[in-house]
Write a protein that binds this ligand. Structure first.
Ligand code: 13P
Length: 336
């Protein structure tokens, strides 16, 4: 078993998943302003530290993705944030892309940047304690998009990023996110997501990536958020499995879904059914941002000193996600 494979398995095994707390300062400011909290470095740290010191970190969270600001911060006890996370048993990770910019010659689409100087940045993050990294490519669905240009160029960047991350001794999270925005059907999402993921693996293989030392972070197969069609959670789980079976090489140890705008409960219900119906060898778990933090952020914003109330809310969400990652979630447990 390679070192990278061991790290990947540590992050996603035994009902554990990933807490994606790597919102850029711009995104975090939107989230904090929405609950009427000032977005200062101190407040961003206070919320995140509250989550990272929660009881559920031990049993439910295998990895935490950090933003550059947070990986450089110290907790109130004086411990560095990556040390606080690794002391709880989870693996610290770092978002290393520098964001999605307009793609030249197809400016309604995006290309993710951040390759320049990446080798040097990775060394610094490794020394700070990171053992995995994240890079998100983003694609939208319309009749003509994603274009071949967006599909190829983002896959190429994901592969070059993955090669540098593995070279530095860390596990790359490969995140090709096909957005849910639009009125397309789940079948369109299925066919377009399959093309996107297949191209990513074509490039990863070309760039000689050790596929046993990555984690794929895809979207689930959903109707567009403006679609009038109804689709059951069971159908979502079956279409998601169909997509991954036809596009992911069997060497990949695991798949950690993004929540992508699903509600907290939806994201658990769908993941639970994916696991109940899972007829693959892939571990299927979560790498949720909003679906792990939304309720906790609301509670925290009411009284940022009430650590206990925030942690209780976060612990419940983390527990529900962990049960879903084992196919053991239910609405009854959700409402307990
Ligand atoms: P969401 O779960 O809120 O989609 O965030 C996950 C993530 O890391 C997106 O890059």
């Amino acid at each position: 078993m390679s070192e990278l494979n061991k790290i990947a398995l540590k992050i996603i095994s035994n009902g554990k998943g990933i807490l994606a707390a790597d919102e850029s300062n711009g995104t975090m400011t939107k989230r904090l302003e929405a609950v009427k909290v000032n977005s200062t470095p101190e407040n961003r740290l206070a919320f995140r530290e509250t989550l990272f010191s929660s009881e559920s970190m031990k049993d439910c969270i295998g990895g935490v993705i950090l933003f550059d600001e947070t990986i450089n911060q110290d907790s109130s006890s004086g411990k560095s944030i990556p040390n606080l996370i690794s002391d709880s048993g989870a693996v610290p990770g770092i978002k290393v892309d520098t964001g999605a910019k307009d793609l030249a010659n197809s400016t309604e689409e995006k290309i993710t940047e951040g390759l320049d100087g990446l080798r040097e940045r990775l060394k610094k993050y490794y020394d700070l304690g990171a053992r995995f990294a994240k890079w998100r490519g983003v694609y939208s669905i319309t009749e003509k998009y994603p274009s071949q240009l967006a599909i190829s160029s983002n896959a190429h960047s994901l592969a070059r990023y993955s090669a540098l991350v593995q070279e530095s001794g860390m596990v790359p999270i490969v995140e090709p996110e096909v957005l849910m925005d639009g009125n397309h059907s789940a079948d369109v999402c299925l066919s377009k997501t399959s093309v996107v993921i297949k191209k990513c693996f074509e490039e990863l293989i070309l760039h000689k990536i050790d596929l046993s030392g990555i984690i794929l972070k895809p979207n689930m197969i959903l109707n567009g958020n403006l679609s009038k069609n109804k689709i059951s959670n069971e159908e979502i789980s079956l279409k998601t499995l169909e997509c991954l079976k036809n596009s992911v090489p069997k060497e990949v140890p695991g798949i950690a879904f993004l929540s992508g705008g699903q509600s907290e409960v939806e994201a658990c219900e769908n993941l639970n059914l994916i696991n109940k119906n899972n007829d693959t060898n892939f571990i299927m778990t979560y790498s949720y941002g909003r679906a792990l933090q939304q309720s906790a952020l609301k509670v925290w914003s009411k009284n940022i000193k009430d650590t206990k109330a925030t942690q209780n809310t976060f612990n419940h969400r983390a527990k529900m996600c962990s049960l879903a990652a084992q196919g053991k979630w239910s609405r009854e447990l959700e409402n307990k």
